[in-house]
Design a protein around this ligand. Sequence first.
Ligand SMILES: Nc1nc2c(ncn2[C@@H]2O[C@H](COP(=O)(O)OP(=O)(O)OP(=O)(O)O)[C@@H](O)[C@H]2O)c(=O)[nH]1
Ligand SMILES: [Mg+2]
Length: 409
Amino acid sequence: MAPTDTFTRWSVIASGEGGGRITSQFFDRTENPGIDDRILVMNTNRADLRNTIDRMREQLHDEQGEEEMMGSYALEFGSQQGAGNFFPNGEACARESLDRIVNRIKDNFGHADAFMHVATLGGGTGNGSIPYVVDQFKHGLEDLDDDGAAEEWMDSVIHTAFGVWPYYTEPPQRHFNAVCGLSRLLRVDDGGQNADMVLLAANSHLDDEENGNGRHYDSINDAIITAVDLMIGAGRETRSVIDVKDYVTIPSQMDAYHFTPAVATDLNGEVYELEYMLDQAAGNTYVPMDVGTTQAAYAIVRAPESMIENDAITEPDVYGAFRDWTEKHDINVAGQASLTPKRGRGSDVDVLLLLGGFDLNPLLEHSWDEFEMLGDSLAGGGRGESDLSESELDRIVDNLESYVDRNAE
Ligand SMILES: Nc1nc2c(ncn2[C@@H]2O[C@H](COP(=O)(O)OP(=O)(O)OP(=O)(O)O)[C@@H](O)[C@H]2O)c(=O)[nH]1
Ligand SMILES: [Mg+2]
């Protein structure tokens, strides 16, 4: 298969501790097609940033020095050393350092076509800063820059965001942050669209044992990286091209641009039917949801090169199975399927379904009570550097509720 130079160049931008930890796992791989080393981790707290960089260095077997890696992949922002788990503080820190953030991203990723922003939604730093940075890139930078060429590049970049829902058992403030963070990823203040695509994963849903120590994060983070890898890979070496523009265009028109990955890996492609493999993936969504409420679906089937060359698995097979699968579940969706090769022989097939526009209530159910319990006490009163006014909070809630209601019909 001839490599093409038309594949999408992604870059990954993480903010906050969890976002950094997830992103550092990209360094665990020998190669990241589509991303290479276009990775930036940001934090308000230098010690956290060092931990993230050290984790990356371990995975690279200390090939690069700490300072060198800090210089290449890390950015400290804000003057507060932390956001106190209150998202307006994370946003204030990003506002304070916006020039530095933007310039760094421009310098490092000037040729990227798409960004994957990564943050945990229960925290203050990543969750406060990422929606703000996306909004600035998409809607706000005219004031900041008079370099016409750079503007043109930035206008066409696609902003996808990956948000991680807190464990259901975490303290109310985490749920308060998460509800606000989801709203702010989806909608800007005036109710317009913010990120081009919002991907979600829920910690409790991906962790059978519901306990948040480090080990569990590792396996959850692996699942997230696997999904991102499959998603990005489909735009890289695919036969039937499915790419980030395909993922974002129609869902945005439908005003249904939140997604969850649903993944099954290492399925024996010589034994199982494709439709069964799609069902296996659908049984492993990354948030609680009813597959029947899906409004847009993309299927990516990744099979060993040798299977594709022998016609053991073909594009028409994949299209047909996807069509049958959507019919069986009675989902009348916008969507597309693709077959992507992976190196090597064997018969292990991986399947990613990106399910979009589904009813968000089964996820939000876990957080509304905590959110409401805290909302009144957190808004209005001063919390130091950055306040959250009652009207700001009302707007955030209205934006989310109207988005959710539209998609729950
Ligand atoms: N999946 C996953 N979730 C994480 C990880 N680390 C933290 N979390 C979750 O993220 C939330 C806490 O957010 P952090 O990422 O620590 O916060 P932050 O962005 O650094 O912001 P601060 O609150 O200012 O520290 C909680 O809901 C945690 O369960 C991780 O490595 N993986
Ligand atoms: Mg932190």
